[in-house]
Design a protein around this ligand. Structure first.
Ligand code: CAP
Ligand code: MG
Length: 428
């Protein structure tokens, strides 16, 4: 296709990004007949000041603000954006530029935003996590081992009373955390307000009986004002956590929740339901690495990052990279991910969930270390001796790994774990 567009003037291969520039790395597959550089310039133009043709109103002063292609290394290109193009602290504004129109341009057969480097001035305009890894560990009084949790299953269908009872079984079985599933909010058979009240009542009972802190992550996902009401109710009822579906509530909704959390002081758990519509295609869309950056900046305390070994797609290297991106202070330059210095922005707890069972724990810890939260739904509620035993088996697997005891060894003296390994096996 001969492009009648003209995007010249957006490339400067001698340019060195200023410390104040926001920098993006894009993976580009040009449309047939279009040059790689043309697509890179089209991306720079369309995501900053330009459009498809020369315009008289874009004089020198405007072009000084234009994004610049400074590195062409097919299949990737790097583009530097003057920070003045963006409104500090406004995530929708930033993404409407660097992750907006460009994905629909005909000159690109495919286009993927792989990585972003955030300048300090931009980073300072966001709150970051209130708790982060250290705050969550302090709250739960679990200094070292991985945290373990479950998702109430079936994901929908239980009434609020049964929901609370199932949560209680998981806590007394040994789990630290119980969460609502991503699509449970306030359906007619399980209204939010009564569910949270009853579940927190049984959480207190489980704490008294076990002597351990127990956490309930209620899903507040809803229209923004309703989310704030639900978050305030959790606080009033003595809850410490809220869970939110980050893609379906949107970046503005997350910023509203995070702002309100300055007073509420709840831990925010970020579920990423729907992310694969953007992240799964390796040639087109937005990487989970970028979504993880956005969550860390806005200020989620915990974020699902994948498992590599469970039921959801996401290769080991990518999961490890996302784990480093959200938990490290300094992130080195690597292939298709830009260096970052997170400064004052706290580390986000990596959450592994999706098709997991006790036999996966050693592999997950080998891959990601002990600063992880491992959640199993089917891997708890599908246990041959029922959910409470499934919870015990998960906890036994985490305790074994924390004490560096091989699971098969530990299973010799822990019946619930043995039954789980007999049913689902052990990932070596
Ligand atoms: C897991 C889960 C999680 C997803 C999240 C589910 O249940 O509750 O929401 O796996 O995936 O609904 O499938 P199981 P990710 O343990 O029964 O699989 O963390 O990749 O976003
Ligand atoms: Mg779920």
């Amino acid at each position: 296709m001969k492009s009648k567009e003209s995007y010249s003037g957006y490339t400067d291969l001698k340019y060195k990004p200023a410390a104040s520039d926001l920098v993006c790395e894009f993976r580009i597959e040009p449309a047939a007949g279009v040059k790689f550089q043309t697509v890179a310039e089209a991306v720079a133009s369309e995501s900053s000041v330009g459009t498809w043709t020369e315009i008289a109103t874009a004089g020198r002063a405007v072009m000084k603000k234009a994004a610049r292609v400074y590195s062409l290394n097919p299949p990737c290109a790097k583009i530097a954006y003057p920070i003045e193009l963006f409104e500090p602290g406004n995530m929708p504004c930033i993404l409407s530029s660097i992750a907006g129109n460009i994905f629909g341009m005909k000159v690109a057969e495919n286009l993927r935003l792989e990585s972003i480097h955030w300048p300090k001035k931009m980073m300072d305009s966001f709150k970051g996590p209130l708790y982060g890894v250290p705050g969550v560990r302090k709250l739960l009084k679990v200094p070292k081992r991985p945290l373990c949790g479950t998702i109430i299953k079936p994901k929908l269908g239980l009434g609020w009373k049964e929901h609370a009872k199932v949560a209680y079984d998981a806590w007394v079985g040994g789990l630290d955390i119980v969460k609502d599933d991503e699509n449970l909010t306030s359906q007619t058979f399980n209204r939010f307000d009564v569910r949270v009240k009853e579940t927190l009542r049984l959480r207190d009972k489980a704490e008294r009986e076990t002597g351990e802190r127990k956490m309930y992550m209620a899903n507040v996902s809803a229209e923004t004002n309703e989310m704030l009401r639900r978050a305030r109710l959790i606080k009033k009822l003595g809850g410490e956590y809220m869970m939110v579906d980050i893609l379906t509530v949107g970046w503005a909704g997350l910023q509203t929740l995070r702002d309100a959390n300055e007073d509420l002081k709840l831990v925010i758990h970020a579920h990423r339901a729907g992310h694969a519509a953007l992240t799964r295609n390796p040639k087109h869309g937005i990487s989970m690495l970028v979504l993880a950056d956005v969550c860390r900046l806005i200020g989620m305390d915990q974020l699902h990052i994948g498992t590599a070994v469970g039921k959801m797609e996401g290769p080991e290297r990518e999961v490890m990279l996302i784990g480093e991106e959200i938990e490290n202070g300094l992130v080195k330059d690597g292939s298709h991910h830009l260096a970052e210095n997170w400064g004052r922005i706290k580390p986000v707890f990596a959450v592994c969930s999706g098709g997991l069972h006790p036999g996966h724990i050693p592999a997950l810890v080998r891959m990601l270390g002990k600063d992880i939260i491992v959640q199993a739904g089917g891997g708890v509620w599908g246990h041959p001796s029922g959910g409470r035993a499934g919870a015990t088996a998960m906890r036994q697997a985490v305790d074994a790994v924390a004490e560096n005891v091989p699971l098969q060894e530990y299973a010799k003296t822990h019946e619930e774990l043995k039954k789980a390994l007999d049913l689902w096996g052990l990932l070596r």
